[in-house]
Design a protein around this ligand. Structure first.
Ligand SMILES: Cc1cc2nc3c(=O)[nH]c(=O)nc-3n(C[C@H](O)[C@H](O)[C@H](O)COP(=O)(O)OP(=O)(O)OC[C@H]3O[C@@H](n4cnc5c(N)ncnc54)[C@H](O)[C@@H]3O)c2cc1C
Ligand code: SF4
Length: 401
């Protein structure tokens, strides 16, 4: 714990709280660090629980340099306070010592259905429970967590900690119906009939593919679905191209590398424009993943067992790279096979349209997280889940006035 003392004592407890403003969940970082300095971990955790139920996860995988730590005043003259590490330590302590997430839940007689058990759905469920609602989550797989469980690779996040975090959320009294997929074995119409309100949080994990020849060939994949499917391929000695410059590209590249592939990341802009966490790019380089910048894939042609990837640099230089697998990690969107069936208004790119209260075009149906077009991080998804819980509460209270 001495190291922990050093971590918290480095914080200046700035009254203007710039770190809090940088946090998508607006965790009261100075307040919880102050309590941690006084060894009051129970209270520090209850400060966190006012805004989040995912501390042990966010404390490990948030892009801190773009969020809280990027706003820390300590950063101006050196290193920021390691806010993520502090949050994870307090979150882990709460799990190990079984600190309650919420003090008391007063039941009301209303029930809400949630579709999707990712960070948006789980957080919405937790805060609705806090408000006394009876909550049922419908999840298409037989596990919860969404991309935290089936996207972010195990080498980046301790899944035992993630599972313990989810269990504590479910233990708030949330019912989870596994293997229920909206659009297949449940309909929005029925949910609407059975529940007082519905929250849709089924994500946007369908890879966008470029409009080029060869995009549908056998060994050409969307990285999002590939990681989600947990498919195991023999990458040993194989040449792998990963196209993209974000976190998904880095996770895909590192997964292929760790399984023996020779990996080349192709990115259309400069290195400094990459959206991926800088530390992930650095680790990838150390792992001998190669990068080529300012370059686009023009077409892919299958030649026997080899895939020829035709590349062109931004200044017009053309070349061919023979490889065994190509993964596109250039963005993702909601599954239109589902969204188009719902009868809700969508925007031009197929995201579910919501108003300021996160309500869709169907009264009583709310949406949030990746499927409602917002910044793609766990903390932003959780924030929209939390906000939706309070919006649903306001909506239902107004209805019964
Ligand atoms: C590979 C990868 C790495 C990432 N790394 C990071 C990172 O390091 N840090 C970070 O902050 N963010 C990261 N992100 C982004 C982050 O994971 C997402 O923004 C976040 O998970 C979105 O949460 P969500 O709840 O909206 O959707 P999801 O996490 O996608 O959850 C949606 C849930 O809905 C379920 N579902 C889908 N369709 C249906 C249906 N029809 N019926 C019922 N259930 C359904 C899914 O199974 C899933 O459980 C990463 C994303 C990816 C793809
Ligand atoms: S900005 Fe940095 S130093 Fe100031 S209160 Fe926040 S974490 Fe502490």
């Amino acid at each position: 714990m001495n190291d922990f003392k050093e971590l918290v004592n480095y914080c200046l407890n700035c009254p203007t709280k710039p770190c809090k403003k940088g946090c998508p969940l607006e965790n009261d970082i100075p307040k919880l660090i102050k309590l941690a300095k006084e060894d009051n971990f129970l209270e520090a955790f209850s400060v966190l629980s006012e805004t989040t139920v995912l501390s042990s996860i966010c404390g490990r995988i948030c892009p801190f340099d773009r969020q809280c730590e990027g706003n820390c005043v300590r950063r101006l003259k050196g290193e920021p306070v390691q806010i993520g590490k502090i949050e994870a330590i307090i979150g882990d302590k709460a799990i190990n010592e079984n600190y309650p997430i919420f003090s008391e839940i007063k039941e009301n007689n209303k029930k809400v259905a949630i579709v999707g058990a990712g960070p948006a759905g789980l957080t919405c469920a937790a805060f609705l429970r806090k408000l006394g609602y009876s909550v049922t989550i419908y999840e298409k797989y037989d596990y919860v967590g969404g991309i935290i469980s089936h996207g972010i690779p195990d080498f980046r996040l301790d899944k035992v900690i993630a599972e313990k975090t989810f269990k504590r959320i479910i233990d708030l009294g949330i019912e989870v119906k596994f293997n229920f997929e909206l659009g297949k074995n449940i309909t929005l119409k029925n949910l609407k009939k059975e529940y007082d309100a519905v929250f849709l949080g089924f994500g946007a994990n369908v890879s966008v593919l470029p409009n080029i020849k060869g995009k549908n060939l056998d060994n050409v994949y969307g990285a999002n679905e590939f990681l989600e499917s947990k498919k195991v391929l023999d990458f040993k000695g194989k040449n792998v191209i990963v196209v993209g410059g974000g976190d998904v590209a880095m996770d895909m590249a590192r997964t292929a590398k760790k399984n023996g592939g020779n990996v080349l990341v192709v990115y259309r802009r400069n290195e400094k424009d990459m959206k991926a966490n800088k530390s992930e790019v650095e680790v990838s380089k150390k792992e001998n993943i190669e990068f080529i910048f300012n370059t686009n894939v023009k077409q892919i042609i299958k030649n026997g067992n080899i895939y020829k990837v035709y590349l062109m640099t931004n200044d017009g230089f053309k070349f061919v790279y023979p490889c065994d697998y190509v993964f596109f990690a250039i963005g993702s969107k909601p599954d239109e096979k589902i969204t188009k069936k719902l009868g809700l208004k969508l925007d031009v790119d197929g995201y579910i349209k919501t108003d300021k209260r996160q309500m869709t075009s169907l009264p009583g149906v709310f949406a949030g997280g990746d499927l409602s077009r917002q910044e793609r991080t766990v903390a932003y998804a959780a924030r929209s889940g939390r906000d939706a819980a309070y919006n649903i509460d306001l909506y239902l209270k107004k209805l019964t006035k």
